[in-house]
Design a protein around this ligand. Structure first.
Ligand code: ZN
Length: 341
């Protein structure tokens, strides 16, 4: 996908397009930012821009000269399909880790001149999965890459990388997409605007997540989220408070992984409502709301959750989501959360 078709991340994409045009791209980069917001897509766009057979000159938003891929030549299509011999995409194996053998293989292959392209590009996705020994094996290559090679480490957890790796790779921080940008991206992919707005509200800035979610499931999740927040706001006695956890566990009862994802959907819907509550309590512009269609419910929640309590609840949801990512049991997480709201 050429740079110009990437949704959002305009500042970063312009910077990269300009660097490609004036051949000043740093040889090793870290793309950091939450999951599912398009970091890997942008890394592939860089590989295409560097190797396109018919590159297109274009201007950045600020009017600087930049270069973009055509997206349709043989090089662009092979890179997009992951079969270009000079563009290497490395991912964690079944073990969930990127092992030292993979790192050594990268080092070996990067030492050759490109076979047919102009630049060899090595994209390491989920780079935080690199075992420390694998990171050490890459160090020298990241510091002084062979002249025609470029490395892009894509990660949602840049702080897990060794300091020695981080210090050798300039980092570009990708931000979550705004609900408006997400909605636009969904409309461009054929969703109706009403659907797109509803889904974008719960996706937490992740296009990947938004594409998976259906509007119907989202509306349901938001109803659960609202009920749980309302219950917690009005009930103080812990034993009764914990009854709210049952609601939060609606539609679970399947496998561990699908239960965790279901609970996470409810939690993200809660976070989305609380973000809007925060906006309403500071009288922010209504166009910034992610859930403008349930405004009366938001106003009811604002009475209970504005200020410190909302911040605390938001933090608790965040911790609960992290716990789920680390495979915590859904019942424990739900019980803990309703008490912490
Ligand atoms: Zn091309």
């Amino acid at each position: 996908m050429p740079f110009q078709d990437v949704f959002g991340h305009r500042r970063i994409v312009d910077l990269l397009a300009r660097s490609v045009a004036c051949d000043s791209l740093p040889p090793s980069l870290v793309f950091a930012g939450p999951e599912g917001i398009g970091k890997r897509l942008v890394a592939v766009a860089v590989a295409q821009a560097l190797n396109c057979l018919q590159p297109r000159p274009r201007k950045t938003e600020a009017g600087a000269a930049a270069s973009d891929a055509c997206g349709t030549c043989a090089a662009c299509t092979r890179i997009a399909r992951g079969v270009h011999p000079d563009v290497l995409i490395v991912e964690p194996g079944d073990s969930g880790a990127i092992k030292i053998e993979q790192a050594r293989d990268i080092v070996d292959r990067a030492a050759y001149r490109p076979f047919e392209g102009k630049r060899r590009v090595v994209i390491i996705d989920d780079a935080d999965a690199l075992l420390p020994a694998a990171q050490n094996a890459l160090l020298k290559t990241l510091e002084e890459p062979p002249s025609l090679s470029a490395f892009i480490l894509v990660t949602a957890r840049p702080d897990v990388l060794l300091p020695t790796v981080r210090s050798r790779c300039p980092r570009l921080n990708f931000r979550p997409l705004s609900p408006q940008e997400l909605a636009e991206a969904l409309v461009a992919r054929g969703r109706s605007r009403t659907d797109a707005v509803a889904v974008a509200a719960s996706a937490d800035g992740s296009l990947g997540r938004a594409l998976e979610a259906s509007a119907e499931a989202f509306v349901e999740a938001r109803e659960v989220a609202e009920q749980v927040l309302t219950h917690a706001a009005g009930v103080f006695e812990p034993r009764r408070r914990i009854e709210g956890a049952k609601e939060l566990l609606a539609h679970t009862g399947g496998s561990g992984a699908s239960d965790r994802e279901q609970l996470a959907i409810h939690l993200r819907a809660m976070a989305s409502l609380l973000r809007d509550v925060e906006l309403l309590s500071v009288h922010a512009d209504a166009s910034a709301l992610a859930n403008p269609d349930v405004r009366p419910a938001l106003e009811r929640l604002t009475a209970a959750y504005q200020g410190d309590r909302g911040v605390r609840a938001f933090g608790a949801i965040d911790r609960a989501l992290v716990a789920l990512e680390r495979n915590a049991g859904v019942k424990i997480v739900a019980d803990w959360l309703v008490l912490a709201l």
